[in-house]
Design a protein around this ligand. Structure first.
Ligand code: ADP
Ligand code: MG
Length: 245
């Protein structure tokens, strides 16, 4: 059984078929890239996987449970971690406090800054920060970090619920090539160590071809290709829809 089985999901917005009958799987230990031109339906897909949007039809089966109809919080509880396209850390709080808050929020069900700090979860937060290479920055406010480092903190935050599946919508947007490669290499290492699945959208083909185990391609809401990156790259349908040749 796959870790994640997406079956025939569709979503329309006022006449626009944003996602049409899309099916794919993610295995444990796998880093899967989702690519496609702007407006292809990538974010809509993500939002249907994390409970933000309810598909008009179809199933999203994570670890044997259909999560369609569950709230984002329930889906998070069930084991989906996510990062956001726009940095979602609290700049005035330290690196450590951001992770403490995430851990506290998951464990107590209460999103409360003061409680989180007094409750600590300090060791576990430091351990997560060590896993993303940010423990030496633990006491710095997030607002002073380099952008690539903020993304690492976000990854630690996304891991605070011990997710089975990580969703990352354009995690490397706005990053320099070197930082991009480092972030995805780190993600890949975590995916293997933790035997979780990760799905990410990405514009840089160097990153996709360098790190993704498999890729899926969306165009105008439809899944047009899927497989090992080199095979997908050679697919004429992909060449036409995505690379515009
Ligand atoms: P991508 O992330 O691949 O760029 P999106 O999933 O954001 O694509 O968008 C897919 C299509 O759905 C686009 O045509 C977009 O305009 C439309 N769309 C996305 N979200 C909404 C919304 N909330 N309301 C109306 N149309 C939307
Ligand atoms: Mg998008």
């Amino acid at each position: 059984m796959s870790l994640l089985s997406v079956r025939h999901i569709s979503k329309r917005f006022a006449g626009v078929a944003a996602v049409s009958d899309v099916s794919f799987d993610v295995q444990a230990g796998e880093l899967l890239a989702l690519i496609g031109p702007n407006g292809a339906g990538k974010s809509t897909c993500f939002n249907m996987l994390n409970g933000q949007l309810k598909p008009d039809s179809g199933q999203v089966i994570l670890d044997g449970v259909d999560v369609v109809g569950k709230s984002p919080r329930q889906v998070w509880k069930h084991g989906v971690g996510r990062t956001f396209q726009i940095a979602a850390t609290f700049g005035s709080m330290t690196v450590l406090e951001n992770v403490q808050l995430a851990l506290h929020s998951y464990r107590s069900g209460v999103f409360a800054v003061w409680q989180a700090m007094s409750h600590s979860h300090r060791q576990d937060a430091l351990s997560l920060l060590e896993q993303v290479g940010m423990h030496e920055h633990a006491d710095r406010p997030c607002s002073v970090l380099a952008y690539g480092d903020v993304k690492r903190v976000e990854l630690a935050v996304a891991l605070s619920n011990q997710p089975k599946l990580l969703l990352m919508d354009e995690p490397t947007a706005g990053m320099a090539p070197k930082e991009r490669n480092e972030l995805i290499a780190l993600t890949k290492r975590l995916v293997i160590e933790r035997q979780i699945g990760a799905l990410f959208t990405e514009h840089s083909m160097d990153v996709v071809f360098g790190y993704a185990d498999r890729m899926i391609v969306l165009a105008r809401g439809k899944l047009i290709a899927e497989g090992e990156p080199n095979a997908v790259r050679a697919d004429p349908k992909v060449q036409e829809a995505y690379f515009g040749t």
